[in-house]
Design a protein around this ligand. Structure first.
Ligand SMILES: [Zn+2]
Length: 151
């Protein structure tokens, strides 16, 4: 089994909501509910309890970055227009602070997953489980484990 993909590939897959290991899409049921395993390669996304705390960090960083941009734009705007009020930038900042984490949530999870696969390649046990899960899913189109002898 080869090692994890290159960092560029991992991050590109992360920001496009793809599986970092194989690049498969459709990892979510709805906007918030991530499938337990990749439908392509069978990798379990939550590799250990509390795994996705890192995703919250990524989401937080993205939101803070956006708020930083709002503040910088306001500072430059205020410099040009000394009479400008503070209400509009406050409202924009508030909307960003609420909406951005919701919008970026699924991306934060796949980005975090990409970082993790890059830093901690899958162990043999995980690879075997993933292969088993992917084989089972292929044998019964994802509805459950395939039983020997069933068509
Ligand atoms: Zn995959």
């Amino acid at each position: 089994m080869q090692g994890p993909p290159e960092w560029g590939t991992l991050l590109r897959r992360g920001v496009t909501k793809k599986c970092p290991r194989c690049g498969a899409g459709r990892l979510y049921r709805g906007w918030f509910k991530m499938k337990e395993r990749c439908p392509g390669c069978g990798m379990k996304f939550e590799r250990e309890p509390g795994f996705f705390v890192g995703a919250y960090l990524i989401n937080f960083a993205i939101t803070e970055g956006l708020l930083f941009v709002v503040i910088m734009v306001f500072i430059f705007w205020k410099d040009q227009h000394p009479d400008a009020g503070v209400v509009v930038p406050l409202v924009i900042g508030l909307i960003f602070a609420v909406v951005a984490p919701i919008l970026f949530y699924p991306f934060a999870r796949t980005i975090w997953s990409a970082f993790d696969v890059g830093m901690t390649p899958l162990e043999l046990k995980e690879i075997v489980e993933a292969t088993d899960a992917a084989t089972d899913a292929a044998g019964s189109d994802g509805s459950g484990p395939a039983l020997p002898g069933t068509p």
